[in-house]
Every structure is written in C-alpha cells, then in structure tokens.
Design a binder for this molecule. Structure first.
Ligand code: CDP
Ligand code: MG
Length: 134
C-alpha cells in the first residue's frame, strides 16, 4: 500500500551536514519527498511530538537535544513507507543498527540518533498534522 510517513532529520545530523546524505538514501530507496521544511523545535512542539515519551526518564534530555538546533521535517511517500523508512533508519541505538542503515552510518548514540520516523499509520497521521497541518 502507498503510505506517507513523517521523518525528522535531528539536530545532530543537521549540525554534521548530513542532510543531503540522508535524503539521498531515502530517494535511492524509491521514496518521494512530498513536503519539507526546516525549523527549530520549541519545548511545546517537542512535547506534542513525543507525547508517548513524556514520562520516560530520558525525556528532559530528549527535549534538550531536540530543541538544540534546526531540524528538517519531511513527508516521505511510497510503497509500505512507514515500515520501510524505519528499516532504512535502523534500530534506535546505532550499536544495534544494521550495516548501511542511516543510524549505523550517522548516529552518535541511542539518543542523538540522526533521524526520527513514524511507527504506525495512526502516528504518521498525527505527526504529519503536527508539522504540516491537516
Ligand atoms: O526513535 P525510535 O522510534 O527508534 O525510538 P523510541 O524508543 O520511540 O524513542 C524515541 C527517541 O527517544 C529515540 O529516537 C531517542 O532519540 C530517544 N531515546 C533516548 O534518548 N533514550 C532512550 N533510552 C530511548 C530513546
Ligand atoms: Mg518511536
């Protein structure tokens, strides 16, 4: 099924000038960018996006990191995009991520891990709405 998913290139990867490298990987995998913007997240936006993580012990670090500099938000569209983009990104911690995945290539650690992607159709819809409106 053709799906849309929300991807964020996180502040660590933007700082290290990996925007182009990361976009190249998605496009090479036959994913189409249908919307894109650069922004710096506020604490309010971080809390909305990461609502499922608000009570986690790492949330204050995550909030500090995600608001520390510009990010790139984009909608990627393609066959089975939600699952496929998470596979292309790799496991949360680069130590566990497969060779060739974006996190294996560019993540610093399990927190500063280069990219975000939606994990379900419901969250894709919710997250796309946060960054791009209805
Ligand atoms: O991003 P992903 O869906 O792979 O992982 P998650 O478990 O949904 O966690 C969301 C984000 O929180 C991660 O990508 C990390 O940036 C951060 N995190 C963290 O800093 N420390 C952890 N122990 C777990 C997650
Ligand atoms: Mg997640």
């Amino acid at each position: 099924m053709i799906e849309e998913t929300l991807v964020l290139i996180k502040p660590d990867a933007v700082r290290k000038k990996h925007i182009g490298d990361i976009i190249k990987i998605y496009e090479t995998n036959d994913l189409e960018i249908t919307a894109m913007r650069m922004l710096t997240m506020t604490k309010e936006l971080a809390a909305k996006h990461y609502v499922e993580h608000l009570d986690c012990p790492y949330y204050s670090d995550l909030e500090g990191f995600m608001t520390s500099g510009p990010i790139v938000a984009m909608i990627l569209k393609g066959e089975d995009a939600i699952k496929r983009v998470r596979e292309i990104n790799g496991k949360t911690n680069p130590k566990d991520a497969a060779e060739g995945t974006i996190r294996k290539l560019y993540a610093e650690n399990g927190s500063r891990n280069a990219v975000h992607a939606s994990d379900s159709p419901e969250n894709a819809k919710r997250e796309i709405n946060i960054f791009f409106g209805e």
